[in-house]
Design a protein. Structure first.
Length: 185
């Protein structure tokens, strides 16, 4: 019964999902067209997230100062505040640091995906190859970013966020249109 109610709500509000999807696609296109701007925006936004989470952690730590782990919690809160200030104050340096983390992620994720695919080769018949291809794509992305580093740090985060926004927006728009047409999404 709950599924029917959810489907009715989805159909009732399909326009809101469609508008959100279109906005996400437009923001994604803007991020791809202006990747430098998007990279700085993402870096500064992450800085504010770290800063606010650190402040919240600091308040909570002092509020619960008698709880075990006070000093570790205090150090964690201070670290978040410092990282927040660094990302906000020096977003280009922050983008370079975030790009190095992204390179490490793509390299490790690529190796892990390839190994996962090869380990499941005998179990997944022909489907294991997709995991290997995914791993190779991750390694190629890492190589492209490394090849152009540090120049890639200025645009790569914005480009990837833009691609993600476009695909997320398209998915929401497709969901909205399917709900409007009365099909199961």
């Amino acid at each position: 019964m709950a599924i029917i109610g959810e489907a009715i709500e989805l159909r009732k509000h399909w326009v809101a999902y469609l508008i959100e999807g279109i906005l996400l696609v437009l923001l994604g296109v803007a991020a791809i067209v202006l990747p430098n701007w998007a990279t700085l925006t993402v870096t500064i936004f992450l800085g504010w997230l770290f800063l606010f989470s650190g402040i919240a952690g600091l308040v909570t730590t002092f509020w619960l100062r008698q709880a075990p782990g006070f000093w570790w919690s205090l150090l964690s809160a201070i670290l978040s505040i410092v990282v927040g200030f660094l990302l906000i104050g020096w977003p280009i340096s922050g983008a370079i640091s975030l790009t190095l983390v992204l390179i490490a992620y793509f390299v490790l994720e690529g190796v892990f995906s390839i190994m996962f695919g090869l380990e499941h080769k005998r179990l997944l018949s022909g489907r294991w190859g997709w995991l290997v291809v995914n791993g190779v794509i991750d390694l190629v992305l890492a190589a492209i970013i490394i090849y152009g580093f540090p120049n890639t740090a200025v645009w790569v985060l914005g480009l990837l966020v833009g691609i993600d926004l476009i695909f997320g927006g398209m998915a929401l728009a497709a969901l909205a249109l399917a709900a409007h047409e009365g099909k199961s999404a």
